[in-house]
Design a protein around this ligand. Structure first.
Ligand SMILES: C[S@@+](CC[C@H](N)C(=O)[O-])C[C@H]1O[C@@H](n2cnc3c(N)ncnc32)[C@H](O)[C@@H]1O
Length: 199
């Protein structure tokens, strides 16, 4: 009986299961963790972390997934600066339900959360940015569609961000490049698919 229930659950979640299988297939066939899971490469992480540290500001990572880059931001930013990791838990490469995704991310970030260096905020990017504190270093890596990114950049600008950066600039699958170029002309700097505009 339990097996039937499990199969019915898998069929009900067909698209998520297919995405999860494609992630696993990528990992088995030798894709990097970055490619398979939608995170940042080593080069991109190093640049994003350097930009965040140089800003001297608290950091908001919009779209934290499992918190891996948030941990890097926290380690680099030092004890006097905070990282706000924001996610609405709408997507993950394993098709986990939102509640399991959130639990998993909280467990990965448990030391940073306990020490007060990271707060994990469950929120939609636009809602968070509307009431974000002034002066944040904002790293955009949530919804990559043109309208969403354009709106997030505009809202981050209104919130008085000190710098806006993000991922997937130059990725032909997404609308990030168009949103960034329309707003800023060009970014100040890029590294891999990461971009930054200092304000
Ligand atoms: C590509 S992953 C982020 C990867 C992460 N920055 C890293 O380096 O490991 C995208 C994440 O953004 C989240 N997301 C998508 N749309 C969002 C939105 N509108 N608001 C908040 N989070 C969002 C998804 O749930 C997912 O966890």
């Amino acid at each position: 009986m339990k097996k039937f229930r499990q199969i019915a659950t898998l069929l009900r979640n067909f698209r998520k299961v297919r995405n999860a299988l494609s992630t696993l297939a990528g990992l088995y066939s030798g894709d990097s963790l970055h490619n398979a899971m939608g995170g940042l490469t080593g080069e991109e992480t190093a640049a994003a972390v350097r930009w965040a540290r140089e800003s001297g500001c608290d950091i908001a990572e919009i779209g934290t997934l499992f918190g891996m880059t948030a941990r890097e931001f926290a380690a680099a930013a030092g004890p006097e600066r905070k990282v706000i990791a924001v996610d609405n838990f709408s997507w993950n490469p394993f098709g986990l339900p939102a509640s399991a995704h959130e639990r998993f991310t909280r467990s990965i970030l448990k030391n940073e959360i306990a020490s007060g260096r990271v707060s994990l905020v469950k929120a939609d990017a636009a809602d968070f940015l509307k009431s974000a504190p002034r002066g944040l270093f904002v790293f955009l890596d949530g919804d990559h569609r043109y309208e969403a990114v354009k709106n997030e950049i505009a809202t981050a600008l209104e919130s008085g961000a000190s710098a806006i950066a993000g991922h997937d600039y130059g990725n032909p699958l997404f609308g990030v490049t168009r949103a960034v170029d329309e707003t800023f002309g060009k970014p100040d700097e890029t590294a891999g698919m990461c971009w930054i505009k200092r304000l």
